[in-house]
Design a protein around this ligand. Structure first.
Ligand code: C2E
Ligand code: MG
Ligand code: MG
Ligand code: MG
Length: 283
């Protein structure tokens, strides 16, 4: 009887697994087709200086409309990573975003680019060269590019990831820790990586003004970042009181739906005209 039950359980499990495998394979095939058909797009979410409300940078966010329906990045990035498609996709995003931000800078707006990476991209052969080539090709200065990393990237191949990011930083590229405060080793990461910026996770920002502990933690992270000489960006600002508290805490920069939603390049074009700091003409 026990054997019978066990057998059935294996069968149910196998059927379940089968459906899951098929779904993943279908998703992988869809992604491959989408990449070839150039169905991906990049949107840009403005990051503002909280003291002046000026846009200082944009964060590139990948977008996929599959058969007209929007698929959130978190629904396909896992499959893109597992299949290795994140490498050509990530390279396309890198080039596209460098090109567009370089064009905005060429119209004399002082704006930087923030780019999310996955560990598979960083450890891919010639990653450092790929970034160098994208910079050279677009004319974007290395100092205008910030690479965002999360703690989970250092779980595997930590030495390799750190070595590559350090090489890029030596070229002048900036490094940011994304989703700061949510991992187990956020503080340890600050010692392992030569970081320029931390991005406070929305789970802290969401509690500003309504949750005493989260407010206190946010204040502490802002102070910690400043004491370490880092740029501190608050993510997920949705309500005016969050913005007020962050300003009062002296947080340097902010990002969130209240400030601006992610938008297509055309949207940034019009924003630039009204909201950016002109590049200093040093000639
Ligand atoms: P992330 O890097 O932390 O990006 C911020 C996410 O929060 C974005 O979601 C953005 O649309 C969303 N967001 C911004 N402001 C607000 C707000 O006020 N409220 C709320 N509720 N959400 C806000 P998105 O675009 O869905 O991206 C999710 C994650 O997917 C990103 O988190 C990043 O980890 C990853 N991702 C996105 N684009 C790329 C990419 O090009 N390459 C890689 N490797 N990862 C990417
Ligand atoms: Mg990010
Ligand atoms: Mg984040
Ligand atoms: Mg995130």
């Amino acid at each position: 009887r026990a054997k019978e039950l066990g057998g059935r359980r294996v069968e149910v499990f196998a059927a379940h697994m089968h459906a899951d495998v098929v779904r993943r394979l279908e998703l992988a095939a869809d992604l491959q087709r989408a990449l070839l058909a150039e169905q991906f797009a990049v949107e840009y979410q403005p990051v503002v200086d909280l003291a002046t409300s000026r846009v200082t940078a944009v964060e590139a966010l990948v977008r996929w409309w599959s058969g007209g329906a929007f698929v959130p990045p978190q629904q396909f990035l896992g499959a893109a990573e597992d299949t290795g498609l994140i490498v050509p996709l990530g390279e396309w995003i890198l080039r596209e975003a460098c090109r567009e931000v370089a064009a905005w800078r060429a119209s004399a707006w002082d704006i930087g680019l923030s780019l999310n990476l996955s560990s598979r991209q960083i450890t891919a052969p010639r990653f450092v060269e790929t970034v160098e080539a994208a910079l050279a090709e677009s004319g974007l200065p290395a100092s205008a590019l910030t690479l965002e990393v999360i703690e989970e990237m250092l779980v595997e191949d930590a030495e390799e990831v750190i070595a590559r990011l350090s090489s890029l930083r030596a070229l002048g590229v900036r490094l940011a820790i994304d989703d700061f405060g949510t991992g187990y080793a956020s503080l340890a990461l600050l010692r392992q990586l030569p970081v320029d910026m931390i991005k406070i996770d929305p789970s802290f920002v969401s509690g500003l003004g309504c949750d005493e502990t989260l407010t206190l933690l946010t204040r502490t992270i802002v102070r910690l970042g400043h004491d370490l000489g880092l740029i501190v960006v608050a993510e997920g600002i949705e309500r005016p009181e969050q913005l007020e508290l962050l300003r009062e805490m002296g947080c340097t920069r902010g990002q969130g739906y209240l400030v601006a939603r992610p938008m297509a390049a055309r949207g940034v074009d019009s924003l630039m005209r009204t909201n950016c700091t002109p590049l200093q003409n040093t000639a």
